[in-house]
Design a protein around this ligand. Structure first.
Ligand SMILES: [Zn+2]
Length: 157
């Protein structure tokens, strides 16, 4: 069973309106959650996608536990970061602007150095990122360094 409800009343009313157009009003539970099984989820989710797409270029984020959830919400609010919240029965899903992605990390998650010291790429744009106190390197640069590395024979003096 899938369940979704937008916390923002404006988005929620768009969702209900979209379901009405699709003849799916019956999926709206009395508490506002839209509930359905796998067979209708694709249709419900595509209606939700249209609403998400009108907000910003987005990605999803969610937390493993309620404390992290509260921390992330507090982080978003206190920094004035744009976000929308989607409720599921068991967790919150944060709809966040892709372009703000680097600002969404806080506490232990964010590295102290945010760009590769070699190529300058942002750590959020790359798969692996290794940092030390003073420098960082991305997986692409590690690969290319390894490729270029060869043993230098020492002069036997
Ligand atoms: Zn790099």
């Amino acid at each position: 069973m899938h369940a979704i409800r937008f916390r923002n009343p404006e988005l929620q009313s768009q969702l209900v309106a979209g379901l009405e157009q699709a003849g799916l009003t019956r999926l709206v539970a009395p508490d506002g959650f839209v509930e359905c099984d796998d067979d209708l989820w694709g249709e419900v989710n595509s209606i939700a996608h249209r609403i998400r797409d009108r907000c910003f270029r987005w990605y999803f984020s969610w937390c493993d536990n309620p404390q992290h959830e509260r921390d992330l919400m507090e982080h978003l609010r206190s920094n004035g970061l744009r976000h929308e919240i989607e409720e599921r029965r068991d967790r919150l899903v944060f709809l966040l602007p892709k372009e703000d992605e680097a600002k969404h990390f806080f506490g232990d998650e964010a590295p102290s150095i945010e760009a590769c010291s070699f190529c300058g790429k942002k750590w959020t744009d790359i798969k692996r990122f290794v940092t030390s106190e003073t420098a960082a390197i991305c997986d692409e640069c590690i690969d290319s360094l390894h490729r270029d590395m060869h043993e230098v024979p020492k002069d036997a003096t």
